[in-house]
Design a protein around this ligand. Structure first.
Ligand SMILES: Cc1ncc(COP(=O)(O)O)c(C=O)c1O
Length: 430
C-alpha cells in the first residue's frame, strides 16, 4: 500500500480524471432556457407564460398529489406552506434539531416559534417520541425533514399528528423521488416542500421550490401567498391584495430548466442508487464506520451520504470524537475525497434560534443525538449525484481502504494534534 497523500504518497482519487460535477447540463437543458429567453415571457406573470404550470403539473404527477405550486426557493416553499395553514405569532412548530437552518428560519419568518425535537441515531430523522413530547396546545404543525433523502418516520409521525389533528408539513428539500410505503415524499403529509437549488437532486439553474398538496383550499391560498396575496388574474390584473403574501414566484427560466432535468431524474436516480450502494457496501466492511441505514418500507434519494464514526472500533477513545473526525477529514481530503461536515451544530445552538442565556449543557442534555451526530460523522455531498459518478465513488472507496490500511498513522496523528473544538465553540455557547 502506498504512503498517505499527506506524506507525499500518490492521491487515491486522481485529480481531474473523473468529473462528477452536478448538475449535469445537457443541450436539451440549454434549449429549454433559450426557449424562455426567446419567448420574451420572463416572469410567471407574463401573459401566455406556460413553463411554470408545466413544471407544476409534471411534479404533481410524479409525486402523486392533486396540486403543485412552484415558488422561488425551498425556504419560500416552507414559509408559504406555514402561511397557508395560517400559522403565525403564538403558534409553535415542531421540527428536528438537525436540519439545514432554512427549516427553522421559515418558522421564524411567519412569526411562529420553532420547537426543536431530537433525532434518531440510526436514521438522523426526527424522533417520533421526542416530537410527541414537544407537542403543546399551541402546536400548529409538525415539520419533519426527510434528511439526506431518507423519508422521516411518517407512520409514527402521522399517528401523533392525527391524534391531535395537527397538520404535517414535510420538508422534502432533500428527498426528491424518495418513497415511503410506495408513496413519494411530498405526498405523505398535508403539504410537501421541495427545493430546486442547483445542489439538489432535482436542480434548477438558480433558485426554486415546489409545494405539493391534495387540498384545493391550501392550493388556492398558496397561489395567492406567492403573488402578493392577489388572485391569479383571468383578465387584467386587479392588484387587489386579498390576504397577506409576498413575491415568491418562480422564474420561467428556472421552471423550464428544472422540467428538462426532470425528464432524466428517474434515470439519474437509478444510477445513483447503484453507485452509492456500491460505495457503502465497501465502507461497511471497515471498522469504525457506520453507513446510512435505509429504513424499512422506504427508499433513499441519497442527497447527502453521512458516514458515522465509532472511535471505540478504531481503538481511539483517548481523543475526542471531534479530534478523530478532524483528523480523518484532513487525511481523506488529501487523498482527494471531498468529505465535509453537513451542519456543524444542532439548530437549537444557533444564535438565531436559541433563547438568550441558553446554556450549552441544556442543549446537550435535550438534543444528545443531534449533538453527537454533528461531531461524529462526515458527509459526502453533490459529487455522487451525477449518473456517471460510479468510478468516482469507487475511487473514494479505494481512498477509505487506503487510509484504513494506515490506521496506526491515523491514531498517531489524532493523538498529536491539538484537540478540536466542537459545536459549543463554533456557536460560542457555554
Ligand atoms: C432540509 C432543507 N430545507 C430547506 C432548504 C432550503 O431550500 P432553498 O435553499 O431552496 O431555499 C434546504 C436547502 O438547502 C434544505 O436542505
Amino acid at each position: 500500500m502506498s504512503a498517505l497523500a499527506m506524506f507525499g504518497g500518490p492521491q487515491a482519487v486522481t485529480p481531474g480524471t473523473i468529473d462528477g460535477s452536478w448538475p449535469v447540463v445537457t443541450e436539451l437543458d440549454e434549449q429549454a432556457v433559450l426557449r424562455v429567453l426567446r419567448s420574451g415571457r420572463l416572469t410567471s406573470a407574463s401573459a401566455g407564460e406556460t413553463e411554470v404550470a408545466a413544471l407544476e403539473s409534471a411534479w404533481s404527477n410524479l409525486v402523486g398529489t392533486d396540486y403543485c405550486v412552484a415558488v422561488s426557493s425551498g425556504t419560500a416553499a416552507l414559509q408559504a406552506a406555514l402561511s397557508a395553514l395560517d400559522i403565525g405569532p403564538g403558534d409553535e412548530v415542531v421540527l428536528p434539531a438537525l436540519s439545514m437552518n432554512a427549516t427553522a428560519h421559515a418558522v421564524l419568518q411567519v412569526g411562529a416559534t420553532p420547537v426543536f425535537a431530537d433525532i434518531e441515531p440510526d436514521t438522523y430523522n426526527l424522533s417520533v417520541d421526542r416530537a410527541r413530547d414537544a407537542i403543546t396546545p399551541r402546536t400548529g404543525a409538525l415539520l419533519p425533514v426527510h434528511l439526506h433523502g431518507l423519508p422521516a418516520e411518517m407512520d409514527g409521525l402521522s399517528t401523533v399528528a392525527n391524534d391531535r389533528s395537527i397538520p404535517i408539513v414535510e420538508d422534502a428539500a432533500q428527498s426528491h423521488g424518495a418513497l415511503h410505503r410506495g408513496k413519494a415524499t411530498g405526498a405523505l403529509g398535508t403539504l410537501g416542500c421541495f427545493s430546486l437549488h442547483p445542489s439538489k437532486n432535482l436542480p434548477s439553474c438558480g433558485e426554486g421550490g415546489l409545494i405539493t398538496t391534495d387540498s384545493p383550499e391550501l392550493y388556492d391560498a398558496l397561489t395567492k401567498i406567492r403573488n402578493f396575496g392577489e388572485r391569479v388574474p383571468t383578465g387584467a390584473r386587479g392588484y387587489v391584495a386579498l390576504r397577506s403574501g409576498s413575491n415568491f414566484r418562480m422564474s420561467p427560466v428556472m421552471a423550464a430548466f428544472a422540467r428538462s432535468q426532470l425528464e432524466r431524474m428517474p434515470w439519474y436516480m437509478k444510477h445513483r442508487e447503484q453507485s452509492v450502494t456500491g460505495l457503502l457496501a465497501r465502507l461497511a466492511e471497515l471498522p469504525g464506520l457506520r453507513v446510512p441505514l435505509v429504513a424499512k418500507n422506504s427508499t433513499h434519494a441519497w442527497h447527502i451520504v453521512r458516514i458515522g464514526l465509532v472511535p471505540e472500533e478504531l481503538e481511539l477513545t483517548d481523543v475526542s470524537v471531534s479530534t478523530l473526525r478532524a483528523t480523518l477529514h484532513r487525511i481523506l481530503r488529501a487523498e482527494g475525497v471531498p468529505v465535509s461536515r453537513y451542519q456543524t451544530a444542532p439548530l437549537p445552538a444557533h444564535p438565531a434560534f436559541r433563547a438568550p442565556g441558553t446554556r450549552a449543557a441544556r442543549i446537550a442534555a435535550e438534543f444528545p443525538v443531534s449533538c453527537a451526530t454533528v461531531e461524529a460523522s462526515l458527509c459526502l455531498q453533490r459529487r455522487h449525484l451525477a449518473p456517471d459518478s460510479g468510478p468516482l465513488l469507487a475511487a473514494y472507496a479505494d481512498a477509505f481502504e487506503k487510509v484504513w490500511a494506515h490506521l496506526g498513522v491515523v491514531r498517531r496523528m489524532a493523538r498529536s494534534r491539538p484537540p478540536e473544538g466542537d459545536w459549543r465553540d463554533i456557536m460560542e455557547v457555554d
